[in-house]
Design a protein around this ligand. Structure first.
Ligand code: CMX
Length: 432
């Protein structure tokens, strides 16, 4: 097992966390947390509070808060610091950070069979399919699965999950960068630079020219901002559910990423840039406010959503959007694509409010992230969800480790039939 500071910190915290939950269950185990309406049953369980997640919370009016710290205040932190924070609730000191970074370096080599499998895939495979496949094919390396088969005690599940997670996270940048280069015909994978941090090395291995180092800064910011979004979103919840069956982290993270690949979730950044570029081509530059408004209405009238706008939980501009916007305003304020994103931000919330359907008319993170990547020459937008996935793996892995530490049981909510629902509601109506 990794004898690093992160491991020792968790080892010292876990008994207290377990005791906390035992005491809570004993003192208040039967208290009611949430009521469920018919609309919530029919509406994707929106707002039903029935799941524990301590790595982060999403406040409808404040956005993502990681272990008590709003994401806007973490924008200058590097992803390794965020991983440590997600897991332990603390920002690592210099030694703990160096320790984690050196551990990730040691584990970064990708088995050659992964490249063989990827090369054998059809050329038109989506990069997300390649990314998922690469993770899943490495499942044979799982320490959790091997130790479970050897009869590991359940108090040690978290350690095996940590091992798998460190191995996986260490490899994701080289894997994703290799997929990018393979998928776009840019040539062989670029070797890792051991002097660089996790995000900087990822930027280096992508091979995008970066004379001023701003692309590397954008990648670090991207990996920090997308790391986690509490427990109930599609990817986190899927990962949680698969992990709850004691499927190992390779299975669980791959499952979560399959959810992230959906257009209403992680793929929205790709769709969003499509939307922006379509406008850029149609109007031969930055559209007027009127043209933009008409374009958005046309899209709504055709029965499509405006990508990058709205959210299942948020009810304000996503602070991750704001952090990217600050970066864009500093680094590429005159870039036409960035200016279109800016105009959409001025016009679309009003259009969505006028339409009156979306509960949240404000931009989420996907409304802007792609335009910044595009500015630096990372123009292959079917790769963007892979970038999202590299970052979100930090949150999914953190949640898995903590769940295995807490002995979280297998997920099994009760589904009900339409007939049961009708009968129960009508019985309640008659009784009232
Ligand atoms: N454009 C047009 N209509 C929208 C809309 C948007 N951006 N956002 C919501 N609506 C519509 C919904 O489609 C729904 O319409 P119907 O009643 O006809 O089905 C209605 O408004 C109510 O939806 P809601 O309760 O406000 O939103 P949900 O919680 O159901 O869905 C989300 C949330 C993100 C899927 C939705 O806002 C959406 O599709 N946005 C565009 C895609 C997007 O940006 N996804 C990325 C989200 C971030 C992430 O999870 O990664």
């Amino acid at each position: 097992m990794a004898k690093i500071n992160l491991h020792d910190k968790l080892e010292s915290q876990i008994p207290g966390l377990r005791e906390d939950l035992r005491a809570l269950a004993k003192a208040q185990g039967t208290a009611v947390v949430s009521e469920v309406t018919v609309n919530q049953v029919l509406g994707g369980m929106r707002g039903v509070k029935a799941m524990l997640c301590d790595t982060s919370v999403v406040d409808p009016d404040k956005g993502l808060i990681i272990r008590g710290i709003p994401i806007g205040k973490l924008a200058d932190r590097i992803p390794e610091e965020i991983y440590y924070l997600l897991l332990t609730g603390e920002i690592p000191g210099a030694d703990a950070l160096a320790d984690l970074q050196s551990e990730l370096k040691k584990r970064a080599a990708i088995p050659s069979y992964v490249w063989d499998v990827l090369k054998a895939m059809p050329e038109d495979s989506h990069p997300m399919t390649m990314f998922d496949t690469a993770i899943l094919v490495m499942e044979r390396e799982s320490v959790f699965r091997r130790r479970y088969a050897e009869g590991m005690h359940k108090d040690e599940y978290w350690e095996a999950a940590l091992e798998d997670s460190l191995n996986l996270i260490a490899k994701l940048p080289a894997m994703a960068a290799g997929i990018y280069r393979m998928h776009t015909g840019k040539g062989k994978p670029i070797a890792s630079d051991p002097k660089l941090d996790w995000g900087g090395d990822f930027a280096h291995m992508l091979g995008i020219p970066d004379p001023a180092g701003q692309f590397a800064n954008l990648i670090r910011l991207y990996l920090t901002l997308h790391c986690d979004h509490e427990g109930g979103n599609v990817s986190a919840f899927t990962c949680h559910t698969v992990g709850s069956a004691l499927s190992d982290p390779y299975y669980a993270v791959s499952a979560g990423l399959n959810g992230l690949a959906g257009p209403l979730h992680g793929l929205a950044n790709q769709e969003c840039l499509h939307f922006v570029l379509e406008m850029h081509t149609k109007f031969n530059g930055v559209p007027s406010d009127k043209d933009l408004r008409d374009f958005a209405w046309h899209r709504l009238n055709e029965g499509h959503v405006v990508p990058g706008y709205g959210h299942a939980v948020l009810r304000v501009t996503d602070p991750r959007f704001t952090a990217f916007h600050d970066f864009g305003a500093r680094v590429c304020p005159d870039e036409e694509i960035f200016r279109i994103v800016d105009s959409i931000f001025r016009i679309v919330p009003g259009v969505l409010r006028e339409q009156g359907k979306a509960k949240d008319p404000w931009p989420n993170v996907d409304a802007i992230s792609g335009s910044l990547l595009y500015h630096f020459g990372l123009t292959e937008f079917d790769f963007y969800t892979v970038l999202f996935g590299v970052s979100r793996a930090l949150g999914m892995c953190s949640q898995l480790i903590i769940n295995r530490a807490l002995g979280t049981p297998i997920t099994r909510p009760k589904s009900v039939s339409t007939e049961w629902l009708k009968n129960t509601v009508s019985a309640a109506h008659h009784a009232a």
